[in-house]
Every structure is written in C-alpha cells, then in structure tokens.
Design a protein around this ligand. Structure first.
Ligand SMILES: Nc1nc2c([nH]c(=O)n2[C@@H]2O[C@H](COP(=O)(O)OP(=O)(O)OP(=O)(O)O)[C@@H](O)[C@H]2O)c(=O)[nH]1
Ligand SMILES: [Mg+2]
Length: 128
C-alpha cells in the first residue's frame, strides 16, 4: 500500500531486559508502551532511521544491531510497516528525551504492559 508508514523500531537489550517507553498521550496509541523508534524519512536507509530515532528519543547511538522481524499492520486509522531491530550495543545512557517514562522490562514481564496491537508479534519474536 502506498500510504503505509515505514517505521524503524529498536528492541534494546541488556542481559535479560528490554527497554520500553511510554508513548506520550497526544500521539497515535498514546498511553501505550512501545519500543523506541519512529518514521523513516525520505531517502533515508532504514538503519539510519533506527540510529536517528534512538538518538532523538533516548540520546543513545546504536553500534551493534541486527534485524529481528518485519510486521505489516493495519490500524483503523493507518497502516504501518514496522522494521524491527535488536540493538545489543550502543553508546550513551538512555533517557527519555521527550519526557517519556522508560522501563528496563524483564522479557518474562513484557505481557504486563499494554502495547499497540502490532507489537504482539514483536514480543513473540523476542521470546524465540
Ligand atoms: N515507535 C514505535 N511505533 C510503533 C510501535 N508499534 C506501533 O504500532 N507503532 C506505530 O508506528 C507509528 C510510527 O511511530 P512514531 O509515532 O514513534 O513515529 P515518530 O517517532 O516518527 O513520531 P513523530 O511523527 O511524532 O515524529 C505510530 O503510528 C505507532 O503507533 C512501537 O513499538 N514503537
Ligand atoms: Mg517515535
């Protein structure tokens, strides 16, 4: 679909924990938890979008990352294509640059948080 939004998503891992962030209330799926990331810009390689979004949202620079899963999902309002990466090394200390709460969530406890629908497949992929 031509109006599908392409999104770079970072599953940032530290030992058995994953970094999750709470989406600001005013955004699409506001109040849900998410993996940091955001929309790919024109002509930008997806790995560059991943690095840029991690810097903008968390003030870190991913240095070691690999593809995890790609998910197409249609919400009532829009369609997204999530290009999800596992980040295993980065420079800096993550903080919620936009004021968003962050949690290092044990993999086993990910289902205690409410994610957008499309994320179900991400959580399954993390557990594989
Ligand atoms: N970052 C992120 N976006 C997700 C996840 N799951 C999911 O469905 N999305 C959807 O992907 C879309 C784009 O993400 P985004 O809002 O973070 O994009 P962005 O950072 O560029 O935001 P902006 O437009 O405010 O600059 C949103 O509609 C969001 O609901 C997720 O785990 N992380
Ligand atoms: Mg974002």
């Amino acid at each position: 679909m031509s109006n599908t939004i392409r999104v770079a998503v970072a599953v940032i891992q530290r030992r058995d924990r994953i970094l999750i962030a709470k989406r600001p209330q005013h955004l699409h799926k506001g109040g849900f938890w998410e993996f940091p990331g955001g929309k790919q810009e024109n002509d930008e390689p997806i790995s560059q979008a991943l690095i840029r979004e991690c810097f903008e949202e968390l003030a870190i620079i991913p240095v070691k990352f690999s593809p995890l899963i790609q998910i197409e999902h249609t919400y009532p309002e829009k369609s997204v294509f999530l290009d999800v990466w596992t980040v295993t090394d980065y420079m800096g200390v993550p903080r919620g640059v936009e004021g968003q709460p962050l949690v290092w969530c044990p993999v086993k406890q990910l289902d205690e948080y409410q994610f957008p629908e499309a994320n179900l497949a991400i959580v399954e992929a993390i557990r594989r």
